[in-house]
Ligand binder design. Structure first.
Ligand SMILES: C[S@@+](CC[C@H](N)C(=O)[O-])C[C@H]1O[C@@H](n2cnc3c(N)ncnc32)[C@H](O)[C@@H]1O
Length: 285
């Protein structure tokens, strides 16, 4: 089952930016549970999936005063994220990985020339995806990549050597440092559009070196401070390893505390796949 949980009221984000994950109030009011189920049902049949919409749930933590008699589906026609619905449904039905969906969401937020932060470089796949989004001819884009393991930074650097040219690679700044210290490596007054976390341990590496709730929370607080309006904190949270569930709870508690008038916070969680990664997106209005 899918749980799409909104922690704050959705509004259109600033119009001086590229389209964001934003819904109008009208759209929201028409998003009754029945509508969401119908929407997912349509999307699932469009993708030839046999799963039924009744296997999904939609949770709202705010009272959107959804109109119970509405049968329209404006999100299908009006979505500001064309194409993303099918990607999300792809995740629901196991056709897309959580990291792929995260990358697709970033595309709707990040622009060429932006500064972004990969808070957990690992093997460099997220760093590479970010670089592709920000790299432009003026060379103003920046990717700040952090990891506590030297091995991870070596892997990231090697991946970049194999996949991008040296001019592009120069836009990536790698730091062997805990992400709770983001503000020590990202220059003051940098307009950061995206801070991404892919939590847990280094795939193929030492599984005892994992992200920890305490430092993840400090990093989230730092990310909150450095992010510009219209920016995004993106998280892929793994719950299958020791400490993973506690870390998810920390992420949820942090997200739920963010003020409704400044943040849109949501998570995607497969309810009957308890070990599936959880996606959390925090959009700064
Ligand atoms: C799941 S991996 C990241 C995967 C990576 N983004 C990729 O695309 O391959 C998690 C990474 O977080 C790193 N890590 C653990 N604790 C950290 C911390 N406090 N600060 C920064 N990185 C940390 C680990 O060393 C590991 O490489």
């Amino acid at each position: 089952m899918l749980s799409l949980k909104f922690c704050s009221r959705l509004h259109s984000l600033p119009i001086n930016r590229k389209p964001h994950f934003a819904f109008s109030d009208t759209t929201l009011k028409s998003l009754s549970n029945a509508n969401v189920l119908l929407l997912l049902s349509r999307l699932s049949s469009a993708s030839s999936c046999t799963a039924t919409a009744t296997a999904m749930s939609f949770q709202q933590t705010q009272n959107f005063s959804a109109s119970s008699n509405s049968t329209s589906l404006p999100i299908l026609e009006d979505s500001p994220l064309p194409g993303l619905e099918s990607d999300l449904v792809g995740y629901v039905f196991g056709k897309k990985k959580a990291t792929e969906v995260a990358h697709l969401v970033w595309k709707h937020v990040v622009q060429k020339g932006d500064a972004v932060v990969d808070a957990t470089c690992g093997n460099g796949y997220d760093t590479l995806a970010m670089l592709k989004l920000v790299a432009d001819e003026s060379c103003t884009g920046r990717v700040y990549g952090l990891d506590v393991q030297e091995e991870a930074l070596v892997n990231t650097s090697s991946l970049l050597d194999e996949t991008v040219n040296q001019a592009e690679k120069q836009l990536v700044k790698l730091f062997n440092i805990c992400h709770s210290k983001i503000e020590e490596v990202v220059p003051k007054d940098t307009f950061v559009r995206l801070v991404a976390f892919n939590l847990g341990y280094l795939p193929g590496g030492d599984k005892t070196v994992i992200t920890k709730s305490e430092t993840t929370l400090l990093a989230l607080e730092a990310a909150e401070r450095i992010l510009i309006q219209g920016g995004l904190i993106s998280m892929v949270v793994y719950v299958g390893h020791p400490g993973g569930r506690e870390e998810l709870e920390t992420v949820e508690a942090f997200s739920s505390r963010l003020p409704v008038d400044q943040w849109i916070c949501c998570k995607f969680q497969m309810l009957n796949r308890p070990l599936a990664p959880v996606l959390v997106f925090l959009f700064k209005r």
